[in-house]
Design a protein around this ligand. Structure first.
Ligand code: NAD
Ligand code: IPM
Ligand code: MN
Length: 342
């Protein structure tokens, strides 16, 4: 039986970029059974909630979940009682226990000049952001009155231990743990636990601690310094969009969200890009590269994953540039270019 994949196109450019990813997986010979579900804003419109129990169950029973993006101005509201598309995404990550979000940042030489940063600075950068995904300020208790609001930031020892283990296991030589231990109590626990896991289980890997403000600067000043960046939920969110610019565009960055045994969730780092939705101009490469991560991490299809990644690189080397990369190719042309090099 073929592996079962739940496809969640979501909103905005989501439905425009998920088809290309499926086309590429078909072309590389990955035999998969797809089941498509409404998610995010589209699900709010149909069912009144961003993630239905049925969709969560379908995801639980799948072998992997491929998501494009959710959200958009249509559902933007500051009313805490109204449903939001992003609640679906957080509910899915939590519901599947996906505590580890892996965001590889490996600029492709053909795109060095698409980045606003100097080529000699970007050259040979190859880093991985390991972002904790189911804890911290995203999931703490929230309160709201007319004049006061709060978001609780909580981390437990075991939450920090398991994400630190993922980071050390993935690293070859160095882990940079990023926190705000000069101010936040959660960061002080984070630093203590990361240090313990390091000393106990991974003494041969170099561990350094950086404060998040300094890390944000160093990511631009000396990106080659980093190998694995281990950090909490919100810092990882912000630093990965920043790191995306090393690759030329947020439209290039894929990610994998993994837990203990549950099906993984594979999604580009970018959002639903409402400003270009419907124009056919979206860059599908982050989505296609997320599908490659699904083939590798979710389904054990390393050969097919590598073939997809290589086709993307060769299409770019041959001159493919979507608008976000300073070119004129639209979504369709970008997809054709990748298929041609597969
Ligand atoms: P965004 O990532 O959607 O867009 C930021 C900028 O990058 C925009 O100018 C957009 O046009 C551009 N961009 C993003 N992806 C692109 C692509 N593939 N090709 C070309 N250009 C691309 O971030 P935003 O505008 O802050 O958020 C829009 C909505 O997306 C919000 O509702 C937000 O909550 C949601 N969002 C969802 C996810 C997700 O589903 N994983 C991630 C981030 C943001
Ligand atoms: C991301 C997004 C999400 C996050 C939002 C849409 C909830 O920005 O996947 O990076 O903050 O995790
Ligand atoms: Mn983000």
């Amino acid at each position: 039986m073929s592996p079962r994949i739940v496809l969640l196109p979501g909103d905005g450019i989501g439905p425009e970029i998920i088809g290309p990813a499926v086309k590429v997986m078909n072309a590389v010979g990955a035999e998969l059974d797809y089941e498509e579900r409404l998610f995010g804003g589209a699900s709010i419109d149909a069912y009144g909630t961003a993630l239905t129990d049925e969709t969560l169950d379908a995801c639980r029973q799948a072998d992997a979940v491929l998501l494009a993006a959710v959200g958009g101005p249509r559902w933007d509201t500051t009313d805490p009682d109204k449903p939001r598309p992003e609640q679906g995404l957080l509910g899915l990550r939590k519901g599947l226990g996906l505590f580890a979000n892996l965001r590889p940042v490996k600029p492709i030489p053909a795109l060095y000049d698409s980045s606003p940063l100097k080529r000699e600075l970007i050259d040979r950068t190859n880093l991985l952001v390991v972002r904790e995904l189911t804890g911290g300020i995203y999931f703490g208790e929230k309160t709201r009155t007319r004049d006061r609001a709060s978001d609780d930031c909580v981390y437990t020892r075991s939450e920090i231990e398991r994400i630190a283990q993922v980071a050390f296991r993935t690293a070859r030589s160095r882990v940079t743990s990023v926190d705000k231990a000069n101010v936040l109590e959660t960061s002080r626990l984070w630093r203590e636990v990361v240090r313990e896991v390091h000393g106990r289980e991974f003494p041969n890997i170099e561990l350094e601690h950086l404060l998040v403000d300094n890390a944000a600067m160093k990511l631009i000043a000396a990106p080659r310094h980093f190998e694995v960046i281990l950090t909490e939920n919100m810092f990882g969110d912000i630093l990965s969009d920043e790191a995306a610019m090393l690759t030329g565009s947020i439209g290039m960055l894929p990610s994998a969200s993994l837990g203990d045994g549950q099906p993984g969730l594979f999604e580009p780092v970018h959002g639903s890009a409402p400003d270009i939705a419907g124009t056919g101009q979206a860059n599908p490469l982050a989505m296609i590269l997320s599908a490659a991560m699904m083939l590798r991490h979710g389904l054990g299809m390393e050969t097919q994953a590598a073939a997809v990644e290589s086709a993307v690189e060769r299409a770019l080397a041959a001159g493919l540039r979507t608008r976000d990369l300073g070119g004129t190719a639209n979504t369709k042309q970008a997809t054709q270019a990748v298929l041609k090099h597969l």
